[in-house]
Design a protein around this ligand. Structure first.
Ligand code: SAM
Length: 264
């Protein structure tokens, strides 16, 4: 088979390809892979990370949206026979069919990094670890603590689901084409059992979203504006001895969990 030329990168698909083997090594090392592991890679692109992953583990599922890159990778399949190449949108791919214990390792397409992250964390019982390259700004929001402007729905929901470390920053020089934004690699170690039922988790997420819906308002006003009845909110806060003047950004993840339980 003749090897097709590398297709030109598409900005709208977030195609900034890693070119630095040292960063690839650091990503793989961070994932603490063993030969029996199964890895999900989202957006294999030109295969720089895929190749390293295929050497480190028993099986890789690599989901690429761009049919041109998928076709290119197929021409290289002999180099990585343990990689299953899938041409699909990662947002629609049924991750719930992957084996339990699958490790996610990916240099994500930044334009969908947040919805993808939520989708993966929804299935966190399946994924003990995720090593993800993201915009540095998203990484900051993921690890943000209460009190700052980075702290919001993403921080609370992600920290509810995982212990998160912003491991290292990656210079724009390590990609071609160079991205316009700074990048960073994060490690998420998921927390499978948080003691909430599925319905309670849905209610918890709704509460956190409503609390942050009007950041400048107090928690009470923001929740009321989002449809929670005032007596229900004030009684829940009273039971917790939480001041009604507090704003959402001052509540820790544990505070939100206590509030969700109290509001019922
Ligand atoms: N892993 C490669 C690397 O590190 O060089 C490429 C990373 S590049 C930042 C993101 C990749 O995700 C691109 O190959 C892009 O085509 C692919 N992609 C974009 N949207 C996608 C989607 N919805 N589902 C799966 N892959 C997607």
């Amino acid at each position: 088979m003749s090897i097709p030329d590398l297709p030109p990168p598409l900005k709208r698909l977030g195609q900034n390809f890693l070119i630095d083997p040292n960063i690839v090594r650091k990503i793989v090392a961070l994932a603490e892979l063993t030969p029996s592991d199964h890895v999900l890679e989202i957006g294999p692109g030109r295969g720089i990370l895929t190749e390293a992953l295929s050497q480190a583990v028993g099986h890789v599922t690599a989901v690429e949206l761009d049919p041109r890159l998928h076709a290119y990778l197929e021409t290289r399949q002999a180099e990585f026979p343990n990689v299953e190449l899938v041409c699909a949108d990662a947002l629609a791919y049924p991750v719930e069919h992957l084996p339990m214990g699958t490790v996610v390792v990916a240099n994500l397409p930044y334009y969908i990094s947040t919805p993808l992250l939520f989708r993966l964390l929804d299935q966190r019982g399946r994924f003990p670890r995720l090593v993800l390259m993201l915009q540095s700004e998203v990484a900051d929001r993921l690890v943000a603590k209460p009190g700052g402007s980075d702290y919001g729905v993403l921080s609370v929901m992600a920290q509810y689901a995982a212990d998160i470390t912003k491991s290292f920053r990656v210079s724009a020089e390590c990609f071609r084409p160079r991205p316009d934004v700074a990048s960073a690699v994060v490690l998420l170690r998921t927390k499978a059992h948080r003691g909430l039922s599925q319905e309670e988790e849905v209610a918890f997420r709704a509460l956190v979203k409503a609390a942050f819906a009007h950041r400048r308002k107090t928690l009470v006003n923001s929740l009321r504006d989002e449809g929670y009845e005032l007596p229900r909110i004030t009684e829940a806060l009273q039971r917790l001895e939480m001041a009604p003047t507090r704003r959402a950004e001052t509540l820790s993840v544990e505070d939100f969990l206590r509030l969700a339980a109290s509001i019922g």
